[in-house]
Each structure stands twice: as structure tokens, then as C-alpha cells.
Design a binder for this molecule. Sequence first.
Ligand code: GLY
Length: 347
Amino acid sequence: MTSMKKTRFQFSQKIVDCYFDASFKRLEEIVNKDKAIIITDENVFVAHKSKFKKWNVITLKAGEEYKVQATVDAVIAQLIEFSADRQTILIGIGGGVITDLTGYIASIYMRGIDFGFVPTSLLAMVDASIGGKNGIDVGEYKNMVGVIRQPSFLFYDLDFLKTLPDTEWSNGFAEIIKHACILDSKTFSLLEKSNIGKVKRDKSLLRDIILRNVKLKVGVVKADEFETGNRKLLNFGHTLGHALETQYELTHGQAISLGMIFASWLSEKTVGLKGSDRIEKVLIEYGLPTRGKFDVKKVFNVLKMDKKRVNKDMSYIVLKKIGVGIIHKISVDALHEHLVEFNNMIK
Ligand code: GLY
């Protein structure tokens, strides 16, 4: 059998091997099965049961509500039962919750063991599995506790997407549209020419979009791994989005879609963006909501606790133009006024 093609990305302390076009059955070629422990969730496990035969597996309940310390404690207890040691490698197979938990647990177990990811959702493929941020939520504060530590490998098997529910496709596209908005007008145009149905049907277009996005995200992270500068661009739509997500029954994609609409509106007002209607249209074409009234007081209370806040100023990500995101300093008070004005416009 020929060896699998890999793309290597050099981060500050680690090389991450990316296997695009991989197939799950070849995972055993890159890790020692006896030393590997898979962490996955019930949904992935049930949908792909036969794949997990002969692997050590820890199966968790599915859902963001389990991305908490109690799950970390439970997994650590199981790792001790498995007699996991410093040679053990954890493999997170799932969406963003699983990759976050796996990366975090691997980073603290015995002060840090090796880990890799097999992202199974579009969101995890283009975003959550890339970048090394791994953490858990605390109460209503998302990703409040965590580390920045890169996995050893990313292993892509697009067959996992066959069982992906529609809302999960939209979650992935929300991040894809975000990457295009802040980084790459060409990818934005490519998305504009298509829609969610077309991309789902066209495997080579889907592959192209995933590859472009991995490269875009890796490029930003490599240039600023520890988020002192431009990595913050990846928060486009997320400051309001995260606050909405914790206060309302919204998926991550829906919440950041609404966050991107607000951020685009703010970009027109503050830095002269033109064409925010194009962004709204693309979001709609990929199954995402663009209008939603919210309780400003409630949402603002969460938003101002955002990790990126420094004193009274926040770094808000806006667009100079489509494909060019910039960091814009805004006072907490001014942001509040903008939010009230924006929310009042929504019918
Ligand atoms: N784990 C996602 C990131 O590092 O951005």
C-alpha cells in the first residue's frame, strides 16, 4: 500500500500532519492502535460503529452542554482505568465539542500527552480542529478555561459527512463564510456562485472549499498562534454570536450568522464597508438566519465578559471590505449604543 499523502504545517512548537483525502481504515497506519484511545460521542459512535471495532474507545454524551469540567473528570477517571501513560495518544473523533475536550484533556493528563483529531463535522473540519485552542465552558461563559496546544495530526475522511444533519452543514458554512469575509474575497465569490445544496452534491467543490478553509485558518493561526494580534480576526461575528448562543436556543452557526450581520452593519457605520447585503445573501443561501431581535440587556451582560475585553475597550472585528477583516477598538459604551440601534431596526 502506498503511504498516505500528508501536508505538514509547522507551528511554533509542533508540526501538524494533515491527511486530506484519508480514509478511516488507514488511521492505524499513523498511530499505534495499542497506545491509542479514541474519544468520541454517542452520535458518531452509533452512526459509525463498525469503524471503531478493535480500538480503545471512550464514548461521551453528545452536545455542547457536556463540554464542561465534569466530563473532563469522568474521562480522566477512564484514562486511569485504561492505564493510559505518557506514551498514550488520544484521538478525538467528532465535532468541535469532542476535539476541544480531547485536546484539553490530553494537554493536562500527566501534564500533557499526544493527541490527534479526526474531525467528522464540516465545522470541525474547517475550524474547530485547527488552531490548537482547546477548552471547556464554565456556566454560560464559552471556552472560559483552556489551553493552546497543537494536535499531532488532522485526519480528514469526507465520508463522515454523509451522516451529517442539515443544521450541522449550516454550522460549518457559517465559519466558512466567516473565513471568506475576513481573509479571502476569492473564496467569498466562489461561495456566492453556489449554495448549500450545490456544494453538498458536488464532492470536488466541497473538497476545494474545505482545503481553502483549512489553509486560510492555518495561515492566520501560524502567524499569531497565541492570539496577540491578527488571530483575533477569527472572532468576526463571534463576540455577539457567543453571547446570543448562550442566551437563546441557537446553534453556533445561527448565532454567529447573526453576529456577522451585526458586525457587517457596524463595519458600514465605522470603517466604510460596502456590500454588506452580499454577506446577508450568502448567509441565507447557506441556510443561516440573518434577522433576530434579542434582549440587549441580557445579551450585553454576557458580551462584556468576553475574554478579549481589555479594560473599557473591546477589540471588535469589522470588515474594511469583503475579504479584509480588521481589528477595531471600540468602547464598551459605544458598542452598547450600536447594539441598541441595530436591535431597534429589526422588525
Ligand atoms: N480549536 C479551534 C482554534 O484553535 O481556533
